[in-house]
Design a binder for this molecule. Structure first.
Ligand code: NAP
Length: 252
């Protein structure tokens, strides 16, 4: 199987590509300089010449681009995976949030992802739409919680303030990639949610355990200023949990 993957200069796409390649599948990166997202003809030519069997769209970009690719796949009977975000839910919507909960995005990014979901589902009813939570990596330097905490520590002279009342939707990058591969294997279209924090670890607990795991030396300060629980719920998607991921070094 050959997959076209968008967003390969980003954070999540290279991990999904690595997981696919590890299974012997081929991955072709979408080069936006060569195939501009707004150029329908160039897109069609690229998809047909690539002999790809499906598209995984992980890049940012216009909802219209997401929908064009979805339509291309629908016409060809090809699978299409689109990654959305927990940000489609408003901060006031309290988790655990099942797929039946209607999102009420309250910021521009959430509204953008919600619009992408809408257009993708309309263009390809069998598309796989996978909502992701805040990603965790083993190093800073990308769009992850690890990077956020590293920068917060740098700004705070080693001190990181993290709320004990903030339960974030989150997942380790490689576990997200494994879950996305599982969804591709499953082959069923629809809306799915990839959650690595079903046990409800707070940001404070995660930061503390991550500091140990990474030997980061952060001084994690408990606060209660952010009160939020945006955990998602989807028993159809098996995901390795943060509790398991972060337990070994802390003995818990
Ligand atoms: N990282 C997280 O914590 C997180 C959390 C929830 C959901 N997600 C979702 O996961 C997916 C991947 O996120 P990510 O963290 O990998 O994002 P990222 O690191 O910010 O990378 C996004 C990639 O999208 C492409 N891109 C950027 N601007 C674009 C534009 N204006 N038009 C078209 N393409 C553009 C670029 O890739 P190319 O240069 O290769 O085209 C870029 O590297 C997204 O759907 C995101 O919403 C991520």
């Amino acid at each position: 199987m050959r997959w076209i993957v968008t967003g390969m200069n980003g954070t999540v796409a290279p991990r999904l590509a690595a997981a696919l390649r590890a299974r012997g599948e081929k991955v072709l990166a979408w080069d936006r300089a060569r195939v501009p997202p707004g150029d329908e003809g160039a897109m069609r030519a690229f998809v047909d010449e690539s002999a790809a069997g499906g598209i995984c769209h992980l890049a940012m970009g216009a909802p219209e681009w997401a929908a064009s690719m979805a339509r291309l796949c629908a016409e060809r009977g090809m699978p299409y995976l689109f990654t959305s975000s927990v940000s489609v839910f408003a901060a006031t919507q309290r988790g655990p949030l099942g797929v039946e909960v209607v999102p009420e995005a309250s910021d521009d990014y959430g509204r953008y992802k919600q619009e992408c979901e809408r257009q993708v589902a309309a263009a390809h009813p069998e598309a796989i739409i996978a909502r992701l939570g805040w990603q965790i990596g083993d190093a800073p330097g990308s769009n992850t919680m690890t990077d956020y905490l590293t920068r917060a520590a740098a700004d705070g002279a080693g001190r990181v303030q993290a709320s004990t009342r903030w339960i974030p939707s989150s997942c380790f990058l490689d576990d997200t990639a494994a879950a996305l591969v599982h969804l591709l294997d499953r082959g069923e279209g629809g809306l799915f949610q990839v959650e690595g924090n079903p046990d409800g670890l707070s940001l404070n607990e995660i930061a503390t355990r991550l500091a140990g795991r990474l030997e980061a030396g952060w001084d994690v300060i408990p606060t209660d200023d952010v009160v939020m629980d945006n955990r998602m719920l989807d028993p159809r998607v098996p995901v390795r949990s943060l509790s398991e991921r972060l337990s070994r070094l802390t003995g818990s």
